[in-house]
Design a protein around this ligand. Structure first.
Ligand code: ADP
Length: 495
């Protein structure tokens, strides 16, 4: 049953069918071609022979006739014209009194002995009486309709045994010449050819079935392995791989593509697992803090100021949790392509200027100096709210991770057909090995510090998501204790 629905069976059946049809076509064509060629050859040699006989007899007979007329012009009696039969062991020569014709028949007889094909020859005079005939034809004489003077005709006739004979007939002023050859020899060659095909074609087909099946089995065996591995793989054993093959053929490529796919699935699953752990952890921390503070407050009577403090701290944690959940929800919607971006032409300069002013106020507490280095006039196609959020996240980080009295520079430049937003600080910087990870959800170089600063570990994930949704990208250059430069590159709106 398994084999009934297998590619190997289909391949073998198709392969065999095509081979069978090809061999059959080849057999029929070569049979017909050989038959036609053999018949044509036979006709050609018969025609040559009959024409040779005619050309040979004509001048000889004329000579004999002329001579006889000269020697005995008046003695040509009826008796002399009667023919009598003389028998040799192979040839029957019929001639008149004059032995001069004898020479002609003897020469013809010698000619037939030399000829490679044993043709049946009959020569009759104009009255239809036989002058010469070779015996191999059998007892019957060939009776054949009259043909027009000096033409040659080729036909197939049958003797008393039903044997087919190919016959060429021609005539001249004195004689009618018949040359025949049995077609049996051709039939024999064709019969042999047919026997070869009858044996060869089925043998070739059987061989091709076996060979095709063997090849299909051999080349498709790895596919079964792939199926088995794919069936066995679940979320729990994504570390499984199909054993790779050495050859770089279709199957080899399929296996390596499949293994790559499992690899990608494995890392996605690991990311999801890690994300669930991180998300639970992020939400558990504020809850633990709230629980601790409330339990402590309830243990003994507190003054209203102390209650107030507990409530305000609880509110902070609640706000933090809401912010995490809101951000996560936003990213999750983005993941499934349900984000509600409103794309329009957005001039970036006013946004940058506005955010610069806001950040100046935010940085004031830490005495950080914010400068606006350049503001080119650029328009991108995007969502104003999200673009504001993107730049604000970067500025917020710069303020968070820059010590007091540090500096931040913001610029917007038009370069190589793109808009570049650059946020540069001289803060704590990011170690090189961490730079690729900071865009991952919840990833923070220093968890304690980030939390202290009110960070949720989602700011850069959101910044990256917004950049990519706008067809742009974000990257960082940073050196520990020297500062960081975050650059966002966005395509310009079509002018
Ligand atoms: P967070 O809420 O913790 O700031 P982000 O996703 O915005 O989360 O940033 C991830 C981490 O990248 C931060 O925790 C911090 O360690 C590092 N980081 C981001 N911006 C800067 C910066 N300007 N200077 C130094 N470190 C930074």
């Amino acid at each position: 049953m398994k084999y009934l629905h297998s590619i190997r069976l289909k391949l073998t059946v198709w392969y065999t069918l095509i081979l069978g049809v090809t061999l059959f076509g080849f057999g029929v064509t070569s049979y017909l071609y050989t038959q036609e060629k053999l018949l044509a050859n036979l006709d050609l040699s018969l025609r040559n022979e009959v024409v040779w006989l005619k050309n040979f007899i004509e001048p000889q007979a004329r000579k004999v006739k002329l001579k006889r007329q000269r020697v005995k012009p008046l003695t040509s009696t009826k008796k002399q014209q009667e023919k009598k039969v003389r028998r040799s062991h192979e040839v029957e020569v019929v001639e008149d009194d004059s032995t001069e014709f004898d020479q002609i028949w003897n020469q013809i007889y010698e000619h037939t002995l030399l000829s490679p094909k044993k043709q049946i020859i009959q020569i009759r005079d104009r009255n239809g009486d036989i002058l010469y005939k070779s015996y191999s034809l059998g007892k019957e004489d060939i009776i054949f309709e009259d043909i027009p003077f000096n033409t040659t005709k080729l036909v197939t006739i049958y003797d008393a045994q039903g044997q087919a004979l190919r016959l060429a007939v021609t005539q001249n002023a004195f004689t009618k010449i018949y040359v025949a050859y049995p077609e049996a020899e051709i039939s024999e060659v064709l019969g042999n050819l047919f026997s070869i095909f009858i044996i060869f074609v089925p043998a070739a087909i059987i061989l091709s079935v076996l060979g095709g099946w063997f090849l299909a089995n051999k080349s498709l065996a790895p596919v079964d392995k792939i199926t088995k591995t794919a069936r066995d793989i679940t979320a729990l054993n994504l570390d499984q791989r199909i054993e790779p093959v050495d050859v770089d053929d279709e199957i080899g490529r399929l296996i390596s593509t499949f293994n790559d796919m499992i690899g990608r699935l494995q890392s996605s699953f690991e990311q999801i697992k890690q994300f669930s752990i991180d998300a639970s952890h992020e939400l558990r921390t504020p809850l633990t803090i709230m629980r601790g503070e409330i339990e402590l407050a309830l243990r003994s009577k507190q003054s209203s100021d102390e209650y107030r403090q507990v409530l305000s701290s609880t509110l902070d944690e609640i706000l933090r949790m809401s912010s995490i959940i809101e951000n996560l929800l936003m990213l999750a919607k983005g993941d499934i392509g349900k984000s509600t971006f409103k794309f329009e032409e957005v001039p970036l300069a006013p946004i940058i200027k506005e955010l610069y002013e806001d950040s100046e106020m935010l940085a004031e507490k830490k005495h950080i100096h914010v400068s606006l280095e350049s503001v080119d006039d650029v328009t991108v196609s995007g969502d104003t709210v999200r673009l504001r959020q993107l730049v604000l996240n970067l500025l917020d980080n710069a303020i968070k991770y820059t010590p007091e009295k540090g500096t931040i520079a913001l610029s917007l430049v038009k370069e190589n057909g793109s808009a570049k937003i650059i946020v540069k600080d001289n803060g704590i910087g990011i170690p090189e090995e961490e730079q690729a990870k900071i865009f991952d959800r919840f990833y923070r170089v220093d968890k304690g510090r980030s939390r202290e600063m009110g960070g949720t570990g989602l700011g850069l994930s959101i910044a990256q998501w917004i950049s990519e949704t706008h067809g742009g990208r974000i990257f960082v250059q940073s050196e520990v204790n020297k500062g960081s430069v975050f650059t966002v590159v966005l395509p310009l709106a079509r002018e």
